[in-house]
Design a protein around this ligand. Structure first.
Ligand code: ATP
Length: 913
C-alpha cells in the first residue's frame, strides 16, 4: 500500500472555499467510479491493520507445539533408538495425519469467522456519481464525500464542508470523553492540537449528535488513528471460559496420566518386564489419557455454530458470546421494530378538541379523513389546527416517500416520520412541495434523550420571519408549551386544557398507538434549544405499529425456557403496556416503571424493582445502563438490545449486547456482541436456542471423548496390573489410530446435532456451572467401566479362542480388543446424541453426519484389520464372521449401559418431580 504518511497534515488550516478549490472535487456530486479506481490504486484500502495470515509452515508448527504431539515425537524417537523402526515411522505418520486434519479443520473454522467479520464490518454513506450510496468503510478513498449522522463511526479523516449541531466523541484518539462540537465554518490559521481541529472529523471516532458532510483527506494508515495504530496491540481473542476449562482439564489429565505411567512403569520393571514393553505401555497410557484436540473441536463447533446463527439472521461477533448465549435468562428488548414491525401508519389525530380518523394502510398515500362521527371531511381549511398539525408533520420530517411500480411505495428514513408524510398526503399536503415553499433554514435533530425534534422555516406566518416546528413525545412537548392553537386562534394552555390533551393522549396510547405531539413557535429565529420552550401546542397523531406476528410465540417460548422477556422502550407508558399485553409479555404481578420513576429510586431499590418489572417506558439510554447493571448484580445473564449511539454503554454492560442490523447505528453495531440482521425479537430467542444447542452438543462430545479416554486408561492400567506389562490388550499404535483418526470424526459429528426438541423446556444453565458437572462425571465413570468390561471381555475371549504364544497374547486376541473398543466407541457415540433421551426416540440415524462419520471410521478399521501389509504394523489379524459376532456382542455393552443409565435417570427425575 502506497500512502504518504500524514501528507495532509495542515489541511485543517485556512477557510473552506480555499480548501474546496484545492481539492478539485464537486462536493455535491462526489467522485466518479474511474476516479475511485485510480485513487484506490494509489492509496489502497481504507483499513488500519490487515490481519497477517499464518503461513502454512506456521500452521504446521502450531500443530507440533501440542503437549501430546511432543510426547509422541519423543516416543517415536525412543522407539527408533531401540530399533523398533516400524513403530517409530507409524507414530510419526499418524502424527502427520493428525496435523493435516487439524489444519483442515482450523481453516474451516477460520473461514467461517472471517465471513462473519465481513458481515459485521462498518459501512459508510458517501456521495459518488451524484448519488448517495452506502459502502463498506474499507472502500473509501481520499476525495470521497461522506455524510455523517449521529451514531456513525467516522470512516476516515475528513474536513467538514457542511455541519448542523455536529458533535463527535474522540476519546479513542484524544482521550477526551466529552463529545466535541464540530463545525465546518470555523477557520483555524495556527497550529493546533488534534482535539482543537474542530473543522475536521477523524477516523474511528463516533458522531454523537447532529449531521454533517465531509471530504475525505486521508485513509488507512495515513489517518491520525492510523499513525498510532502501529502502537496498538493486536487484539487477540481470549479463550472462552469453556476453552479455559477444557485446557485446564487437559493439564490435569496429563498429570494424572504421568502418575499412572510412573506406577505402571515401576510395576512393570519390578515384575521383570522388558524396558521396551514397559515403555510402550506407558506411551499407550499417555495416548489413551490425553483428550487430544478437545479444545480444537470446541473452537470448530463454536465457529460452525456462529455460521449457522448468521444464516438465521444473528451475527455473533465473538466465540465467547456464542457460549454465553446459552445461559441468558433475561432478554431486554426495545419495542419499536423489534417487538413491532416498525411500519407505522397514522390512524388517528387529535386537534382543536376533536378526534379524527385516517383510513388507508401502509405507505400508500391513499385514504380519507373522517370526523368523530365517521363522516368524510372534504376540503380542509388551511388556517385550521388540523391542517397545521399535518403541516408540521410534513415539514418537521426527514423521511421520503418513494413511488415504486403500480401502487407500491417504499420509504427512506425513519418509519415514524414516513407515517407523517403519508398522513399529510392524505390531507393534500405534500412534504416535498412544502419543503420547497418553506425551506428548512436549520434544525435541532431528534435524540432519544430530549425525545423531540425541531426544524426552522421561513415565511410560514410572515415573509422574513422564522417559525420553528417541533414534534416529539406528548408529555415532553406538552410540558414545554404555554399556549394551544384552536379554531379560535392561539389561547393560553390552562390546566383544564392540559388535562384534556393528556386524556386524549391516554386514549390513543391505550389503543396501542404510538403517539406524537406537535407544536410551533413564531419568531423563533435563534437556533437554540430555546426554540423548544414556551411553544404553542397544536395536536396529536396516533400511529399503529403492528406487532410482529412471531414475537408472541417467541415470548411464550421464553417463558417456557425460564427466560424473562422485558420491554424497554422510549415510547409512552400506555402504548408500551397495551402492546406488552397483546404480546403476552405482561404477566400477573409484573410491574411497569417509567424513566422518571426510575430516576426517583436508588440503585439498591432498583435491585428489587428489576426482579418484578416487565415493562419500562419512557426510558432514555442511561436508564438502560442502570437496568442492565442491576440485573447483572442480581446474578442474571442479561441480553440487551440497542440501536442508537447512546445505547453503546448499555450494550457494553450487558452479557450479550444486541445491535439492530437495519436501523442500528454503526456505533451500536461496533459495541454489540451480536447483530440482528432482521431487527427481530424472535431472532434473539432463536439465537439463544442455538446457543443452548451448541453448548449441549459440546457437552455431548466432551462426555463422549472423556469416557473413551478414561475407559482406555482403565483397560491398560488394570490389565497391565492384573496380567503384567506384556499383556496390554491395546498397543500404542492402535490407540493412536483410534484416538487421532477414528474418534475425531464422530466427535465433530456430535457437535453438529440438530438439538433436542425440548431444549427450550429447560431452565437456563447457570453460567458458573462447570461443563464437567456431577451428572457428567457419573456418566463418564459408568461408561468407562462399561468400556473396560467390553474390551477386557473381548480380549479374554480372544485369548481363549486364540491362545497366547511366546508369553504374549496372540495378535488375534489383541485384534478382538482393538475392534471391540472401536465398535464400542462408535456405538457409544450414537448413545451420546442425547444426555437424557433414548437414541431410538431421536431416530437412530437422524444425525447424518454421525452416520457418515461412523461409516468412515468403520472403513478405517476394516483397512487396518484386513489390508495385509498393514496387519503387521497394527498387530492385527483378519477376523472371521463368528469373531465379529463375539466382538460386536461385547461392543454393545457400553451402548446398552448408556441407554439404561439414561432410562434410570429419567425415571429418577420423574419421581423427583
Ligand atoms: P424503542 O426504544 O422501543 O425503540 P422508541 O422508538 O419510542 O421506542 P426512541 O426512539 O428513543 O424510542 O423515541 C422516544 C420517543 O421520542 C418516542 O416515543 C416518541 O415519542 C419520540 N420520537 C420518536 N421518533 C421521533 C422523531 N423522529 N421525532 C420526534 N420525536 C420522536
Amino acid at each position: 500500500m502506497i500512502v504518504k504518511e500524514n501528507s495532509n497534515k495542515d489541511i485543517y488550516k485556512g477557510d473552506l472555499s480555499t480548501f474546496l478549490t484545492q481539492i478539485k472535487v464537486d462536493p455535491s456530486k462526489g467522485l466518479t467510479d474511474d476516479e475511485v479506481i485510480s485513487k484506490r490504486e494509489i492509496f489502497g484500502a481504507n483499513v488500519l491493520k490487515e490481519k497477517k495470515k499464518k503461513s502454512i509452515f506456521e500452521r504446521i508448527f502450531d500443530q507440533f507445539k501440542d503437549f501430546m504431539v511432543i510426547i509422541l515425537i519423543i516416543a517415536s524417537v525412543v522407539s527408533g533408538l531401540l530399533g523398533e523402526w516400524i513403530d517409530s515411522i507409524v507414530i510419526i505418520a499418524i502424527v502427520i495425519v493428525n496435523a493435516i486434519l487439524g489444519i483442515a479443520q482450523e481453516g474451516k473454522a477460520e473461514k467461517a469467522i472471517e465471513a462473519l467479520q465481513k458481515m459485521s464490518a462498518p459501512n459508510a454513506k458517501v456521495i459518488r456519481n451524484n448519488k448517495l450510496i452506502i459502502i463498506p468503510a474499507s472502500e473509501i478513498v481520499p476525495g470521497d464525500v461522506c455524510i455523517l449522522e449521529a451514531g456513525d463511526i467516522v470512516p476516515a479523516d475528513l474536513r467538514l464542508i457542511e455541519s448542523s449541531s455536529l458533535k463527535a466523541e474522540e476519546a479513542s484518539l484524544t482521550g477526551e470523553s466529552v463529545p466535541v462540537e464540530k463545525s465546518h465554518s470555523i477557520i483555524i490559521n495556527n497550529d493546533v492540537s488534534l482535539g482543537d481541529r474542530v473543522n475536521m472529523c477523524f477516523m474511528s471516532t463516533a458522531i454523537t449528535y447532529g449531521r454533517g458532510k465531509g471530504m475525505v483527506i486521508s485513509t488507512g494508515h495515513a489517518t491520525e488513528i492510523g499513525s498510532i495504530a502501529n502502537r496498538l496491540q493486536d487484539i487477540k481473542e481470549e479463550p472462552t471460559p469453556l476453552q479455559r476449562n477444557l485446557n485446564e482439564l487437559g493439564k490435569w489429565l496429563g498429570i494424572i496420566c504421568l502418575i499412572v505411567c510412573a506406577v505402571v512403569f515401576a510395576h512393570g520393571v519390578i515384575m521383570g518386564g522388558k524396558i521396551i514393553d514397559v515403555f510402550m505401555t506407558a506411551v499407550s497410557l499417555a495416548v489413551a489419557a490425553i483428550p487430544e484436540g478437545l479444545p480444537a473441536v470446541v473452537t470448530i463447533v463454536l465457529a460452525l455454530g456462529m455460521r449457522r446463527m448468521a444464516d438465521k439472521h444473528a451475527i455473533m461477533k465473538q466465540l465467547l458470546a456464542v457460549e454465553t448465549l446459552g445461559s441468558v435468562d433475561v432478554i431486554c428488548s426495545d419495542k419499536t421494530g423489534t417487538l413491532t414491525q416498525n411500519e407505522m401508519t397514522v390512524t388517528r389525530a387529535w386537534a382543536n378538541n376533536s378526534v379524527y380518523q385516517l383510513t388507508g394502510q401502509g405507505y400508500g398515500p391513499k385514504g380519507e379523513i373522517l370526523d368523530a362521527d365517521g363522516k368524510t371531511i372534504g376540503q380542509i381549511d388551511i388556517e385550521s389546527p388540523l391542517y397545521r398539525l399535518f403541516h408540521i408533520g410534513a415539514l418537521c420530517n426527514d423521511a421520503k416517500l418513494v413511488k415504486g411500480e403500480g401502487d407500491m411505495y417504499s420509504i427512506i428514513g425513519d418509519p415514524t416520520e414516513a407515517a407523517m408524510v403519508v398522513g399529510s398526503e392524505k390531507l393534500g399536503i405534500s412534504s416535498e412541495e412544502m419543503s420547497e415553499v418553506h425551506p428548512r433554514t436549520n434544525d435541532l435533530p431528534f435524540d432519544s434523550e430530549r425525545k423531540m425534534m425541531t426544524t426552522f422555516h421561513e415565511g410560514i406566518h410572515e415573509e422574513g420571519v422564522t417559525t420553528s416546528y417541533t414534534k416529539g413525545g406528548p408529555d415532553v412537548i406538552l410540558s414545554n408549551c404555554e399556549s394551544i392553537f384552536t379554531a379560535k386562534g392561539i389561547i393560553p394552555l390552562t390546566p383544564e386544557l392540559r388535562a384534556t390533551v393528556l386524556k386524549n393522549n391516554h386514549e390513543l396510547a391505550s389503543a396501542a398507538l404510538r403517539v406524537l405531539a406537535f407544536a410551533f413557535k413564531e419568531n423563533s429565529s435563534e437556533i437554540s434549544f430555546e426554540a423548544e420552550k414556551s411553544m404553542t401546542f397544536v395536536g396529536l397523531m396516533g400511529m399503529i405499529d403492528p406487532e410482529r406476528p412471531e414475537a408472541r410465540d417467541a415470548i411464550a417460548l421464553c417463558t417456557k425456557a425460564g427466560i424473562r422477556a422485558v420491554m424497554i422502550t422510549g415510547d409512552y407508558k400506555d402504548t408500551a403496556v397495551a402492546i406488552a399485553k397483546n404480546l403476552g409479555l405482561m404477566k400477573e404481578g409484573s410491574g411497569v416503571m417509567t424513566g422518571p420513576e426510575l430516576d426517583q429510586i436508588s440503585d439498591e431499590e432498583l435491585l428489587k424493582v428489576v426482579e418484578i418489572t416487565s415493562v419500562y417506558a419512557r426510558v432514555s439510554p442511561d436508564h438502560k445502563v442502570r437496568i442492565v447493571t442491576a440485573l447483572r448484580q442480581n446474578g442474571h445473564i442479561a441480553s440487551m438490545t440497542g440501536d442508537g449511539v447512546n445505547d453503546a454503554m448499555a450494550l457494553k454492560r450487558a452479557d450479550i449486547g444486541v445491535a439492530m442490523g437495519i436501523t442500528g447505528t454503526e456505533v451500536a453495531k461496533g459495541t454489540a456482541n451480536m447483530i440482528l440482521t432482521d431487527d427481530n425479537f424472535a431472532t434473539i430467542v432463536a439465537a439463544v436456542r442455538e446457543g443452548r444447542i451448541i453448548y449441549s452438543n459440546i457437552r455431548k462430545f466432551v462426555g463422549f471423548l472423556l469416557s473413551c479416554n478414561v475407559g482406555e486408561i482403565l483397560v491398560i492400567f488394570i490389565t497391565s496390573i492384573l496380567l503384567g506389562p506384556k499383556f496390554s490388550p491395546l498397543l500404542p499404535i492402535q490407540l493412536l489410530w483410534l484416538n487421532l483418526v477414528t474418534d475425531s470424526f464422530p466427535a465433530l459429528a456430535l457437535g453438529r446435532e440438530k438439538g433436542e426438541k425440548d431444549i427450550m423446556d429447560e431452565k437456563p444453565r447457570s453460567s458458573k456451572e462447570s461443563i464437567i458437572n456431577r451428572p457428567m462425571i457419573y456418566s463418564i465413570l459408568v461408561q468407562s467401566a462399561a468400556i473396560f468390561i467390553a474390551v477386557f471381555g473381548a480380549f479374554q475371549v480372544g485369548r481363549y479362542l486364540y491362545p497366547d504364544s511366546g508369553g504374549e497374547p496372540s495378535m488375534h486376541a489383541r485384534t478382538f480388543a482393538f475392534v471391540a473398543l472401536i465398535c464400542a466407541e462408535l456405538l457409544r457415540a450414537f448413545s451420546c446424541r442425547s444426555e437424557h433421551a433414548s437414541v431410538f426416540k431421536l431416530g437412530f440415524f437422524s444425525n447424518r453426519y454421525l452416520t457418515s462419520a461412523s461409516l468412515l471410521s468403520v472403513v478405517l478399521v476394516l483397512i487396518v484389520v484386513y489390508v495385509p501389509f498393514l496387519q503387521p504394523i497394527f498387530s492385527t489379524n483378519a477376523l472371521s464372521i463368528s469373531d465379529w459376532g463375539v466382538v460386536v456382542g461385547f461392543a454393545l455393552i457400553p451402548f446398552v449401559v448408556g441407554e439404561l443409565y439414561k432410562l434410570i435417570r429419567r425415571v429418577l427425575l420423574k419421581s423427583k418431580k
